[in-house]
Design a protein around this ligand. Structure first.
Ligand code: FAD
Length: 363
């Protein structure tokens, strides 16, 4: 069978391209997805108690990119959700990221913004060359806060010491010298009013888009030809692991439902030093659903399983560079998204990337 456009993967990357091809180019496009649903990792669904959960972990939309926000707003309305995270340290729940409130609560102080700045300067370690995530944390907050908040969380999350991870992991956590305890500072934040899956369904509601669920591209590959393939699956799999298997960190999500309206003080509570899980999400606090029961999700980081987070180490980046050499040689294959590019993208980042790819390489 011959197609002009074939997309592998019905995640946000694949669906954005499919939507543009179908609506803007008015062309037909085949989307192949190995799971039994669209949406990739942003998929959400109602559990047996009727509570909306995010099946692949909590997803909070936030961006400063107005074009991306406007684009997705064509398929959903948003609630005015502002994300908040608390971290359980020494028996207290302290706000994250680090703000004036965090320092005051952690050390039982009553400092103002300027005093907190001085306090953090006094804690910070002078590191000449910042090479790892540990260096980043020590140079920003010093050894005590590093040990209380970052060290064990990062070890649990990645299974290795922060001294072995590159700077990208911890540098993403901002430190705010004010009392703004929102987790993200972005201009646009929210949850799709009817969930991510509904948003995705609207993106592909076009007769030009043919969806094949429960279909692994590897099984279909020999039976189809195409002018352009947009591939959003794993690159090592595409090249049959010729340069070895790329490492990802995975997570086991364990959902529990309780016969109570509210379980915890914030939508997400982090547990850096206690328990085997890294955090607990209470879904009703994200979606604002009204329900007499509540469902929480615990996250247990694991080595093997669904590939979620590319491993940010020098060694793994070098391995991926070998695949990048292969990718450059392709003439009619576009590699796109978090798996194909072996890169962590937030939702806004992946939509931005997909829109740019469409307008520069497809249209
Ligand atoms: C735990 C977790 C929490 C996150 N939280 C946030 C958040 O709060 N905010 C935010 O902005 N972003 C968040 N993200 C990131 C967000 O999930 C990604 O930006 C987004 O899902 C990337 O979309 P994608 O299409 O690139 O990848 P995916 O969603 O992974 O889609 C790829 C699709 O390709 C399919 N596929 C792969 N191989 C094949 C094959 N051989 N044949 C057929 N189909 C195939 C897969 O089944 C999958 O459905 C989070 C990610 C994780 C893992």
């Amino acid at each position: 069978m011959k197609f002009k456009y074939v997309i592998v993967g019905a995640g946000l990357a694949g669906l954005t391209i499919a939507e543009r091809i179908a609506n803007e180019l008015q062309e037909k496009v085949l989307v192949i997805e190995k799971r039994n649903h669209i949406g990739g990792n942003i998929y959400d669904s109602y559990n047996e108690d009727g509570i909306l959960i995010h099946n692949y972990g909590p997803h909070i939309f936030h961006t400063n990119d107005k074009e991306v926000y406007d684009y997705l707003s064509g398929f959903t309305k948003w609630n005015d959700f502002w994300h908040r995270v608390l971290t359980y340290v020494d028996g207290n729940l302290i706000p994250m990221p680090i703000t004036v409130e965090t320092i005051n609560k952690l050390y039982n102080l009553n400092l103002d913004c300027f005093q907190v700045e001085e306090f953090l300067k006094g804690q910070a370690v002078d590191i000449k060359e910042i090479k790892t995530s540990k260096d980043v944390a020590l140079s920003k907050v010093g050894p005590d806060i590093y040990a209380k908040v970052f060290e064990n969380y990062t070890k649990k999350q990645w299974g290795i010491d922060p001294a072995e991870l590159d700077t990208s992991v911890i540098s993403r956590i901002p430190i705010r010298l004010n009392r703004d305890t929102r987790y993200f500072a972005d201009r646009y934040q929210g949850m799709p009013t009817h969930g991510y899956t509904k948003m995705c369904e609207r993106m592909v509601a076009n007769k030009n888009i043919k969806l094949m669920l429960n279909t692994d591209f590897r099984e279909l590959k020999k039976d189809i030809t195409y002018d352009t393939l947009i591939y959003t699956g794993a690159t090592d799999e595409y090249y049959e692991y010729k340069h070895g298997k790329l490492a990802y960190r995975s997570v086991k999500f364990v959902f529990e439902t309780y016969d109570t309206e509210k379980f915890q003080e914030a939508p997400v509570v982090n547990y850096p030093n206690d328990y085997d899980y890294t955090r607990i999400t209470e879904y009703k606090q994200l979606t604002w659903q009204q329900h007499p029961k509540t469902t929480i999700g615990k996250e247990f980081p694991i080595a093997e399983g669904e590939p979620y987070y590319p491993f940010p180490t020098k060694e793994h980046k070098e391995q991926f560079a070998l695949y990048q050499e292969e990718m450059k040689k392709e003439t009619n294959v576009i590699f796109l998204g978090r798996l194909a590019e072996y890169r962590y993208y937030n939702m806004d980042g992946v939509v931005r990337r997909a829109l740019d790819t469409f307008y520069t390489r497809i249209k």
